[in-house]
Write a protein that binds this ligand. Structure first.
Ligand SMILES: [Zn+2]
Length: 302
């Protein structure tokens, strides 16, 4: 029920730029970018967004980029995720040569799409926001895909959609369990317009055929999973796992709040909230993800 709050509305008294200046230099990168930069220098102390404590990054790294104090799950890249989930040295990349065209010759506020792609490729070592291929999870062969929020927010353009569709088709042909880890906060990639939007339908249709063939699809949602990715493959798992406290939803909380003009429930769009409401089947911490996937494959007899 809606209860009016007495007194004037709460406003932020300290502007965010002022607060930033009070934070020591070493933690500024983390605070401004929302996620740690790639190639964190050795010995760096990081401020944990979960508990606010300074943590020794090497210690968090040993726990697969999880805060040792509060279990906050930091960002991991697609390549790291493969190392965390698949048996060592078993990943074999599929469709690595796919590259997007730039049919709209799109230019955003600061860069052309071509230049943006080139910069992201150089920075992340990825050709686009998804890696797909075959591999083993505790000696079970699987088709594996992962999207990376470090590459244009993990948004789904034609390459991400095509790679995932081909992954699903190959999983169907070879009767493989399918695992897709989503780290996509950007939804459909606006730089490719309608071509991005159609990827949602294409990937979903491929999943429909995979399902008819009796496949097992485990969708793993990580922080963040939003927009057109949440509205397509990420939500279509036979089993939907989520990392703790991940932001999962379609439109962001601020947009919804501004539209409906109501206070959102506490914890809205978190893994825990979605588990309670039946959208997520299980919350799995990063350290248990590999064994939980293996267990689910065995349990489903795949
Ligand atoms: Zn923490």
């Amino acid at each position: 029920m809606f209860t009016p709050t007495p007194g004037p509305p709460k406003i932020r008294l300290i502007p965010s730029n002022l607060r930033l200046q009070q934070i020591p230099m070493a933690t500024r990168a983390e605070t401004t970018s929302k996620r740690p930069k790639r190639g964190v220098p050795e010995g760096l102390w990081q401020r944990c967004p979960g508990c606010g404590e300074s943590i020794y990054w090497k210690e968090a790294e040993k726990l697969l980029n999880v805060c040792p104090k509060c279990e906050y799950h930091f960002y991991v890249s697609a390549q790291e995720r493969i190392r965390h989930v698949l048996d060592e040295g078993t990943f074999e990349e599929w469709d690595a040569k796919l590259r997007t065209a730039d049919p709209l010759e799109f230019v955003d506020a600061t860069k052309s799409y071509k230049d943006r792609l080139a910069a992201e490729q150089k920075r992340t070592g990825l050709a686009d926001a998804a890696l797909t291929g075959g591999g083993m999870i505790r000696a079970r062969r699987v088709a594996f895909g992962v999207t990376d929020s470090g590459f244009i927010m993990g948004s789904m353009g034609s390459v991400v959609g095509e790679r995932l569709a081909r992954l699903i088709e190959r999983a169907t042909d070879e009767s493989l369990p399918l695992i897709i880890v989503s780290g996509s906060g950007g939804g459909a990639r606006m730089h490719e317009g309608i071509l991005s939007l159609m990827q949602m339908a294409k990937v979903s249709a491929a999943l429909g055929r995979y399902d008819q063939a009796g496949g097992l699809f485990i969708s793993v949602l990580t922080n963040p999973t939003m927009g057109g990715v949440a509205a397509s493959f990420a939500s279509l798992g036979d089993l939907v796992f989520a990392e703790p406290k991940a932001l999962i939803g379609f439109a962001g909380p601020r947009t919804i709040k501004a539209t409906i003009r109501l206070e959102l429930p506490k914890g809205f769009q978190t893994s825990e909230f979605l588990l309670e409401h039946g959208f997520v089947d299980r919350i799995v911490s990063r350290s248990r993800l590999k064994s939980e996937i293996a267990r689910a494959i065995d349990y489903c007899g795949k």
